[in-house]
Ligand binder design. Sequence first.
Ligand SMILES: NC(=O)c1ccc[n+]([C@@H]2O[C@H](COP(=O)([O-])OP(=O)(O)OC[C@H]3O[C@@H](n4cnc5c(N)ncnc54)[C@H](O)[C@@H]3O)[C@@H](O)[C@H]2O)c1
Length: 369
Amino acid sequence: MPDRVTYQFEYDERVRCAFIGAGEHSYRNVYPAFQYAPVELAAVCDVRRERAAAYARMFGGPSGRAAPYTDHREMLAKEKPAAVFIVTSYDQRTGRVQATDLALDCLRAGAHVWMEKPVAASVAEVLRLRRVSAETGRFVMAGLKKIFTPAVEKVASIMASEAFGPVSSISVRYPQALPPMERRHDLKAMRWFLDHVYHPAAVLTHLMGPVERLSYEWEPGGGSSVSTLRFASGAIGSLHLVAGVAATSPLERLEVVGRGANVIVDNGVRLTYYRPGARRDYGRDASFVVDDAVAPLVWEPEFSLGQLSNKNLFYLGYAPEVRHFCDSVLSGRPPVKGTLDDALEIMRLFEAYRETPPGSTATIARESE
Ligand SMILES: NC(=O)c1ccc[n+]([C@@H]2O[C@H](COP(=O)([O-])OP(=O)(O)OC[C@H]3O[C@@H](n4cnc5c(N)ncnc54)[C@H](O)[C@@H]3O)[C@@H](O)[C@H]2O)c1
């Protein structure tokens, strides 16, 4: 994300887009992000006609109204969008992700696709999306907002710095219950796990690379789990999926440890970098205050001014991810973050949890594709 944000109407060139889904989340977080991206919204489709019409009126963009549709195939044929945003939900009967088949239709109609997570409910489905994406020459970007947050981007750049040293371990905490083993074959029972595991798993795999081995313990009362992970890099990590926290509690905590240095993100916006180099004399230091050059660095947004950096569209990653997608379409270069390969790593973890009983170890297979 460039430091300076361009408003939608200021762009000389915008992507002709269509949108499938006029639901709750997209109203709050995806359509509004278009204010800060080169989007020209030409059409909105929802099976609920009145919603499609309302969103088309409200989010039609600089050149006026978008056209409402209730049938995405008709919309694709008539509007021929360069790109389609898809934010739909789950099939009530099967628990499948509705967006997977919609994305295949969009690719075959010649459009690039941005789709909310989860992109699919299995590794096989993501591989299918990847195959059709390659066949059609159109790319798919997954809505992995966490890896576009300024805090996680900063963690990634700290991790890449020489001073931080090789990464040794990571820990991520996120609230989500895991259903009992005997219910995990049922996608409907796994709906919220699938829906939410994308967030911590995106952070883990983005920062650390692929997971090679996973084991976990599971608490039957509420469904909490604590997993130990070994990454292909040799680093290790933990994923604490908590069930039972208060509704008022911040959800997340992330910590990455290097060599004599560590970085922590609390609540998505409070970033503390404990830098290397401070010398302590145990039992003899009269003060905890260290030299400025090695002191911890802390970043957090101010919440007084009405600006973009303290707006959730930005610090939660929505505007940056939409911008990355649009830049990719305009430049013809596939996205480098939120790719189907990223989604594949997350789905591998999802399947490992579906198939591995508590207390045993899963080796994550990477079939030759
Ligand atoms: N990244 C995030 O922060 C975040 C937050 C919340 C939800 N989400 C994701 O957003 C998605 C939607 O969640 P929601 O709560 O907004 O759901 P929702 O049910 O409010 O919205 C889905 C909409 O899609 C429409 N739809 C379904 N199938 C359709 C089809 N074939 N053609 C046209 N329209 C169709 C529905 O009528 C509905 O209006 C989910 O995938 C969820 O995981 C992401």
